[in-house]
Design a binder for this molecule. Structure first.
Ligand code: URP
Ligand code: ZN
Ligand code: ZN
Ligand code: ZN
Length: 473
């Protein structure tokens, strides 16, 4: 059935304007003032914003990690929907010894029929050999144009620098984008052992064993390797000032380096890890939370374009039975926190209403640029005729307080518990189907489809520049 969204204020990364939106067969077919259509269901958005469905390029749903498994599609995809996110790009992982395709297949199987929203996958490369490299072009053809490599998690996911080099080289040929978790895993491993030897077993030592220098160093190293190869690179979850500065310098040189941060690095600090009764474990994620001086540095990096996106890095483990695995040894606490549900409202409240960014910048960081980088644009990430009708009606005046009790995510705690929010997601449409009505989920699991993403996303715009610059020398 056709839908007509009337009276709202449309917000894109570029413009804010009042207009009606006509939706037919899952697509936006008209945007104009005073639209009417006798066959359409009319939804009034007067006094509210109409935003494109948000894109979260960094999630770990139903993922084996740290000796346990994260919360499942049936809860987390609904949490995303209620939070205004209509597409996630989730991290599938290669099992060492197996093919990349096998990893993707396993993740597809888990998501199939269980997702409230659209989804794609990155493939996390853990074991590179000649066949794996040959798989990269095939995966790109199958809609997986992004790969992730971990420079941390020694003895588990960590890769060699040569693997990063070879992956960048193969990816570059076919327009695939390499994403890195930039922390020096060998030094972390050593520092963790030292802490444990000294009887420092509490969650706080997670942060002590991962000082910002290990992130800064790995960020520089990854950039240097990408520069040698002449390939673009996307650095995930940048947590503070010095790594952001390395990215800023690389961009100033004209290198196609792209990066994201996450809500928890903007709003939470290392102090959380000191909470008594092992509750600090709720805030154990990697890179670790930093002290508050880094918040301002990250806001500045978002403001000046050093960072292009804010992904949630949603990697949800319960406190009971999961985070508790690390009692007596912080290295066994599964790493990760939540954010899939609150990303938009947190950024609207503490970014837009506090004057740290405009609402258009917010849409750019949470939807438009991620869609471009991830090869989902222009079908997703904006409001335009011909685009998918992934739309969010957002009431900027309504308030609420975040609590795990009222959240849709399947967690027994919330890293943002007690945060006051201004601005509430009221209605969400996924390719024209209403999946959230008056802040309640009304969709069906399985509404979400796998998205065939395109290679040569936004990052590749810079590659031509680098090669041209090199040729001109
Ligand atoms: O602590 C985190 N970030 N867990 C998720 C996996 C990763 O490193 O992104
Ligand atoms: Zn990571
Ligand atoms: Zn992650
Ligand atoms: Zn509870």
């Amino acid at each position: 059935m056709k839908k007509l969204i009337k009276g709202g204020t449309i917000v894109t990364s570029a413009d804010t304007y009042k207009a009606d939106i006509l939706v037919e067969s899952g697509k936006i077919v008209a945007i104009a003032n005073n639209l009417s259509d006798a066959d359409a269901e009319v939804i009034y958005a007067t006094g509210q914003y109409v935003l494109p469905g948000m894109i979260d390029e960094h999630t770990h749903v139903e993922s084996p990690f740290g000796g346990t498994i994260t919360a499942p599609w049936k809860t987390e995809s609904v949490a995303a929907a209620v939070g205004g996110t209509t597409t996630i790009v989730d991290f599938a992982l290669q099992t060492p010894g197996e093919s990349l395709q096998a990893g993707v297949n396993t993740w597809k199987e888990r998501a199939h029929g269980q997702s409230a929203i659209d989804y794609g996958f990155h493939i996390g490369v853990t074991d590179l050999h000649s066949e794996t490299i040959r798989e990269i072009p095939t995966l790109v053809e199958k809609g997986i144009p992004t790969l992730k490599l971990f420079m941390a998690y020694k003895g588990d996911l960590m890769i060699e620098d040569s693997t990063l080099y070879e992956t960048l080289e193969a990816a570059k040929e076919v327009g695939a984008l390499v994403m890195v978790h930039a922390e020096n895993g060998s030094v972390i491993d050593l520092l963790q052992k030292k802490c444990l030897e000294n009887g420092q077993t509490e969650p706080y030592y997670h942060a002590v064993s991962r000082p910002i220098e290990v992130e800064t160093e790995a960020t520089s190293r990854a950039i240097a390797i990408a520069e040698i190869v002449g390939a673009p690179l996307f650095i995930v979850h940048v947590s503070g000032e010095e790594p952001a500065e390395r990215i800023r310098e690389a961009k100033a040189k004209g290198l196609p380096i792209y990066a994201e941060t996450c809500p928890h690095y903007l709003f939470l600090t290392t102090e959380e890890l000191k909470k008594p009764n092992f509750e600090g474990a709720k805030y154990v994620c990697s890179p670790p939370l930093r002290d508050s001086k880094h918040h301002e540095a990250l806001w500045n990096a978002l403001q000046d374009g050093t960072l292009q996106a804010i992904g949630s890095d949603h990697c949800a483990f319960n406190f009971k039975g999961q985070k508790e695995l690390g009692m007596g040894d912080f290295t066994k606490i599964p790493n990760g926190g939540n954010g899939i549900e609150h990303r938009l409202t947190l950024l609207y409240t503490y970014g837009v209403t506090k004057g740290r960014m405009t609402i258009n910048q917010m849409v750019d960081l949470l939807a438009t640029t991620p869609a471009k980088v991830m090869g989902l644009y222009p079908e997703k990430g904006t409001i335009a005729v011909g685009a998918d009708a992934d739309l969010v009606i957002f009431n900027p005046n309504e308030r609420k307080t975040i609590s795990h009790v009222t959240s849709y995510q399947g967690l027994d705690y919330d890293m943002f518990e007690g945060f006051d929010i201004t601005g509430v997601v009221k209605d969400v449409f996924l390719r024209g189907k209403q999946i959230v009505k008056d802040s309640k989920y009304v969709g069906t699991l399985g509404d979400g489809n796998f998205q065939m993403r395109k290679p040569f996303g936004l990052c590749y715009k810079g590659v031509a520049t680098v090669e041209k610059a090199k040729a001109e020398v």
